[in-house]
Design a binder for this molecule. Structure first.
Ligand code: DBV
Length: 250
């Protein structure tokens, strides 16, 4: 059992319990990809597996799970709402590299500085955030340009101990995901034209930023080559612009 497998298993089980969950297509060649990296005694298989689901209010729920031995484990898990809901994105970037653990967990806002939006989608999770921060202090250096895409309840931390990831990070992950699904239950579709347009623009802003700045691009390119990596990023991980609905509306 690798470090983030319990996170993935928990998430899928909870989604199945709380949503009318359907599969989301994963392009051929991306369900599972493996490469042998390193030399001599240090050779390791790096296996990347992908998971895709959808639900009535959620356009795409997807995960990428990278398993490459004790010093290389990643679970990147994102939920993209349908374009006619003001729901935040659920974003989890759980990363273990030779340099240590790096954890990003948030309900990433469509409208960072809108106080009504914060009241609706940040305030309710502040108690969870504050409880988690007791064990998971702020992780320090963080790209300034990424700031607009995170809420005031952004959990950003670099645990020293693997045990901390398996316990406190896992607890926070569960609590954020449960709270997110409560937001999903409560969400009502947007019908007003200008609000729909703003929501779609905010989704595209987020998506373009993440596809362009994907911090995993270098890693994936080294393992699987540039062609596979670009197609994985634009054709699966951040695929909104490839979908019919977005193109038709632009
Ligand atoms: N990050 C992804 C995807 C990954 C992934 C799809 C499938 O968005 C992994 C894999 N994240 C990943 C890896 C690293 C990071 C780092 C492998 C380490 C990169 C390295 O050190 O070589 C949050 N993730 C990071 C960093 C941040 C995030 C801030 C530090 C890197 C840096 O300083 O740029 N999540 C990430 C992010 C957004 C987000 C930037 C922006 C909206 O949601």
């Amino acid at each position: 059992m690798t470090l983030y497998q319990p996170f993935l298993d928990y998430a899928i089980a909870l989604l199945q319990e709380r949503l009318d969950l359907q599969p989301y297509p994963i392009p051929a060649g991306f369900e599972s990809k493996s490469a042998i990296v390193g030399k001599g005694k240090h050779q390791d298989e790096v296996l990347t597996t992908s998971y895709g689901y959808q639900a009535p209010k959620l356009r795409q729920i997807r995960a990428a799970h990278v398993q490459g031995g004790g010093a290389l484990q990643v679970l990147n898990f994102v939920i993209f709402p349908q374009l006619n809901y003001d729901l935040p994105f659920f974003g989890a970037d759980l990363v273990t590299l030779p340099g240590g653990h790096l954890i990003a967990l948030d309900m990433q806002p469509l409208f960072r500085d809108d106080s009504d939006y914060q009241t609706k989608y940040t305030q309710p999770i502040l108690p969870i955030f504050e409880a988690a921060q007791q064990h998971l202090p702020w992780g320090g250096d963080f790209p300034e340009e990424a700031r607009p895409f995170f809420s005031p309840a952004f959990l950003w931390t670099r645990p020293q101990q693997t045990e901390t990831v398996a316990t406190h990070v896992f607890e926070a992950f569960k609590a954020y995901l449960q709270a997110y699904l409560t937001f999903v239950d409560q969400a009502e579709p947007i019908t007003e034209a200008s609000a729909l347009q703003e929501t779609e623009q905010a989704q595209l802003r987020y998506l373009r930023y993440r596809a362009e700045k994907d911090p995993a691009r270098g890693m994936f390119t080294r393992f699987y080559g540039a062609e596979w990596t670009e197609e994985y990023i634009h054709g699966f991980l951040f695929d909104l612009e490839r979908t019919q609905v977005a193109i038709a509306r632009e």
